[in-house]
Write a protein that binds this ligand. Structure first.
Ligand code: C2E
Ligand code: MG
Ligand code: MG
Length: 531
């Protein structure tokens, strides 16, 4: 059976049109129509009609035609139509594959439900609409209790069938405008646009009820239970990520309480809970002097003399014991408590090291956070601490990371200049992990560059040798002292010395210790040069 060809003939001569149709009918079933009047044609084709020959054809192709044949050349018609049909089929196939790929990128292959990416998109859209209309959106997140057990005992095939059945049951329970998605594993989510907590609860009830209906999987009866968490925009969060997180927290509450479902409540959120109590503990810790400082020596490689120590803060937490900076510095920064904390560290470091000073003096290096560098009173505060202990300003060094300087460069730079003019030493810490350009570094009033420990750790494997080598060259070209931190073995220390690195710090030399222990250690090692 030849394919049916639909043909629109644009011709004012019915005889000519009949000729064309006859030529086509030898090969195809032709359904054709001729237009001869201007009224019957669109504006573009109207235009084409006033021009003749090739110009008309080109004009027609611009409006969407794929090929043209002049009437004088009718034998070219069948092969041309043949080619167009082939190309159209290829185009259709390509479009189908493209659509399939787009579909796969946004859908879960097992259940054909939207995946996490599409869910996030729909959730964002729904929140946008709700924001505009002053209404709300609810998100349900649920997982199946004991799904892993079912998978293990009945096999993965049965597990897959169960997930498909759950997917279609959730889909059938909610409205068309709601998005049901599979987040992965046995976790599903439902977006309910224009729905508040009340409405979400009633839908959630239906969903849980439906999932808990006994079902047959692979000829066997299976009972599943679900735990479902609910979070709403705008009450609980204002972004898709936030809502997913909060609904997740609620789901875990539902699971641990075995209640089947729960609405998000900040009281049950371990994150806010932990964070809030940590903030008040941090405040109290500052008042009750729970923070102390440990010191790690910096060894000058060529002379084997300790030239300084780095002050590292620790928190003696009443319940959790000794905490490291990674556990609390971020929070201190976010709450502004970093400024009083930094003052304590500087004050402690100067107090604990000034009386021990020999000649040449050791420097005590203190780490500064970005927030501290934005505080215009910092230089004055440091000056008065140094004054109070009669300490030389060159005995204090301040370590700043490259990124600290990127946030508000002008303000930070102003602060650094004042400190530098006072005679305080400045160090770029964790060098190599930030984004500062060479020209930017050149403008900074710094004295030392400290290569980040991640590069030093990989030195022996040869991986980061080039980075370390060029950091050393760069620093020396700028007239800076180079320190390598995180030196964990004698081999690395040797290698650094060979490469021309000036100073090393790390566990192979000594871990951080309390001031007394550090002083005793330096005496034992006879590393204090003039001691
Ligand atoms: P940092 O300034 O790069 O400090 C060096 C860190 O490396 C310290 O960790 C130190 O204990 C650790 N370390 C020393 N030797 C080795 C070694 O051989 N191998 C390895 N892998 N690590 C070594 P810590 O004390 O946990 O401090 C972490 C970060 O916390 C510091 O990194 C610094 O950025 C920040 N920090 C510490 N004290 C303060 C402070 O008083 N104020 C502020 N704002 N930040 C601080
Ligand atoms: Mg440091
Ligand atoms: Mg560092």
């Amino acid at each position: 059976m030849p394919p049916t060809l639909r043909v629109l003939l644009i011709d004012d001569s019915s005889d000519d049109a009949a000729l064309v149709v006859r030529a086509l009918e030898q090969h195809y079933d032709v359904a054709w129509q001729r237009v001869a009047s201007a009224d019957a044609l669109s504006g573009a084709i109207d235009h084409a009609r006033c021009v003749r020959g090739e110009d008309a054809a080109v004009a027609a192709m611009r409006t969407g035609a794929h090929d043209y044949i002049l009437k004088a050349n009718l034998q070219r018609l069948p092969p041309s139509v043949e080619r167009q049909l082939r190309e159209a089929a290829a185009r259709r196939e390509r479009r189908r594959v493209e659509q399939r790929l787009v579909h796969l990128a946004y859908h879960d292959a097992l259940t054909d439900l939207p995946n996490r990416a599409l869910l996030q998109d729909r959730l964002t859209q729904a929140a946008r609409v709700a924001h505009r209309e002053g209404s709300s959106v609810a998100l349900l997140v649920l997982d199946l209790n004991g799904f892993k057990g079912i998978n293990d005992t009945l096999g993965h095939h049965a597990g897959d069938l169960l997930l498909q059945s759950v997917a279609s049951r959730i889909r059938a329970t909610v409205r068309d405008a709601d998005t049901v998605a599979r987040l992965g594993g046995d976790e599903f989510a439902v977006v309910l646009p224009l729905t508040d907590v009340e409405g979400a609860l009633s839908t959630a009830q239906k969903v849980v009820h439906e999932i808990e209906q006994p079902c047959i999987v692979d000829h066997r009866p299976v009972n599943v239970r679900a735990s479902l968490g609910i979070a709403c925009f705008p009450e609980h969060a204002s972004t898709a990520d936030g809502l997913l997180q909060k609904a997740d927290v609620a789901m875990y509450v539902a699971k641990s309480d075995a209640t089947g479902m729960a609405v998000y409540s900040p009281n049950r959120d371990p994150k806010t809970h932990r964070r809030l109590s940590l903030i008040s503990e941090l405040r109290r810790g500052l008042d009750e002097a729970q923070f102390f400082v440990e010191y790690q020596p910096m060894l000058h490689l060529r002379s084997n003399v300790v030239v300084g120590v780095e002050a590292l803060v620790r928190w003696n937490h009443p319940k959790q014991g000794r905490l490291l900076p990674g556990d609390f510095i971020d929070l201190a920064e976010q709450t502004g408590l970093i400024n009083p904390l930094t003052t304590i560290v500087i004050e402690t470091a100067i107090r604990e090291w000034t009386p021990r000073q020999k000649k040449p003096p050791l420097t005590v290096a203190v780490n500064l956070s970005q927030r501290t560098l934005q505080d215009p009173r910092l230089p004055q505060r440091i000056a008065s601490i140094l004054d109070g202990y009669d300490a030389a300003s060159a005995s204090l060094a301040l370590e700043i990371t490259e990124n600290v300087l990127m946030t508000d460069p002008a303000r930070s730079l102003e602060c650094l200049k004042r400190l530098h003019d006072m005679g305080v030493r400045l160090v770029i810490d964790d060098f190599g992990t930030g984004y500062s350009s060479l020209s930017y570094l050149r403008r900074l009033p710094v004295d030392e560059l400290k290569i980040d420990r991640s590069f030093v750790a990989n030195l022996m494997s040869g991986q980061d040798e080039v980075i370390v080598r060029s950091a050393i060259d760069l620093a020396h070209n700028l007239g800076l002292t180079v320190v390598a931190e995180g030196v964990e073995s004698a081999e690395v220390q040797m290698q650094l010395q060979t490469m021309g690195c000036d100073v090393a710090q790390g566990t192979s030399i000594s871990p951080p210790r309390r001031a007394d222990e550090m002083a005793a250690w330096m005496g034992d090692q006879n590393l204090l040069g003039t001691m």
